[in-house]
Design a protein around this ligand. Sequence first.
Ligand SMILES: NC(=O)c1ccc[n+]([C@@H]2O[C@H](COP(=O)([O-])OP(=O)(O)OC[C@H]3O[C@@H](n4cnc5c(N)ncnc54)[C@H](OP(=O)(O)O)[C@@H]3O)[C@@H](O)[C@H]2O)c1
Length: 318
Amino acid sequence: MPDSIPAIGFGFWKVAREKAADIAYEAIAAGYRHLDCAADYGNEAEVGEGIARAIADGLVTREDLWITSKLWNTFHAPEHVEEGCRKSLADLGLDYLDLYLVHFPIALEYLPIDARYPPEWIHDPSASNPSMKRARVPLHRTWGAMEELVGKGLVRRIGVCNYNSGLLHDLMSYAQIGPYALQIEAHPYLVQPKLIRLARDYGLEVTAFSPLGALSYVELDMAGKSDSVLTEPVVQQAASAHGKSPAQIVLRWGVQRGTSIIPKTSKPERMRENLDLFDFELSADEMDAISALDQGRRFNDPGVFTEAAFGTFHPIYD
Ligand SMILES: NC(=O)c1ccc[n+]([C@@H]2O[C@H](COP(=O)([O-])OP(=O)(O)OC[C@H]3O[C@@H](n4cnc5c(N)ncnc54)[C@H](OP(=O)(O)O)[C@@H]3O)[C@@H](O)[C@H]2O)c1
C-alpha cells in the first residue's frame, strides 16, 4: 500500500467520459498507482469502471492504488461535505479515498445532486445572465467537516488545492487534523518557490498540477501553442543531452525539486513517456536554468476564467 503520495500520478481533468474507463485501465496497466480525480471532472464513474476492471483482471489490488478526489465548491457547507465525498466514493466504486482535497477556496451555493451533477460553476445556466452564486461558508467550517470524514474512515488523508500562503497560515491555525498535501499549479513558468517552501515548513506534501504548463490550456483558448515551455532552449538542450523528450525534462524537473506531479494524457505512448523519468538526473545547473524560466505565469486563474466563462469576477490570488 502506498503510505505516501506516489511521485507521479495520472490526472483526469478533461479526460473524455467515454474514454475515461479505458484510460484509467491503461494508466494502471502502464504503472500509474496514483489517480488524481475530482467530482468536477465529470468522469469519476468511468474512472471507477477502469479501476474495477484493473482490479478484477489482477493488475493491482485496491491497496496498491492511491486515489485522490476533490470536494467541489458547491459542497462546502459542513452539512454537504459528506454527501459530496460519498458521491465521489460511489462513482469511483471505492469505500475509502487515500486523499480528499478541497478543490478551490471558493464556496458556491449548494445544488442537489439530482438537480445537476457535476454542478460546475454556474448556478443557473438557463438564467438570462448566467453567473456563479457565492455561498457564505467560511473555509474553517468546511475543514471541520473534512476532518470528520477522516474520523468516519471515508478518507485516509485530507488536503487543499489552490490555497495561497495566507490561506495556508490560516488553515494551520485551526486544523485539528493537519492537511497532508497542497495541490497547486506549478511548472517552469510558475515555480512558486515561497509557497512550496512554506507548505514544506508546515510538513505538507506538494503536488504540482498542470506540470507541463500551457499545454492543457490551449484547447480551452486560455493559452497559445507558443506559450509552451517545451520549446524553451534550455529544455530542448537538456532533452538532447539526456536523450529524453522535452516533456520528460519538464516533468523530471518537477519530480527532482520534490513535488509530486500528475500529468494527464489521452495517448498510451505518452503515459509511458511521462512515467519514464527515473533513469536520468538533471544537473544542478540544468535545474537552476529551468527554474529561471519562472514568469509567475498562471494559466489556471479564477481571477481570469470565472469572469470570462462564468459571468462572475472571482479572483483568489490577487
Ligand atoms: N486542483 C486543481 O485545481 C487542478 C487544476 C488543473 C489540473 N489538475 C489536475 O492536474 C492534472 C494535470 O494537469 P493538466 O491536465 O491541466 O495539465 P498537464 O498534465 O500538465 O498537461 C496535459 C496536456 O499536455 C499534453 N501532454 C501530456 N503528455 C505529453 C507529452 N509527453 N508530450 C507532449 N504533450 C503532452 C496533453 O495532451 P494529450 O492528452 O493529447 O496527450 C494535454 O494537452 C489534471 O488532469 C488534473 O488531474 C488539478
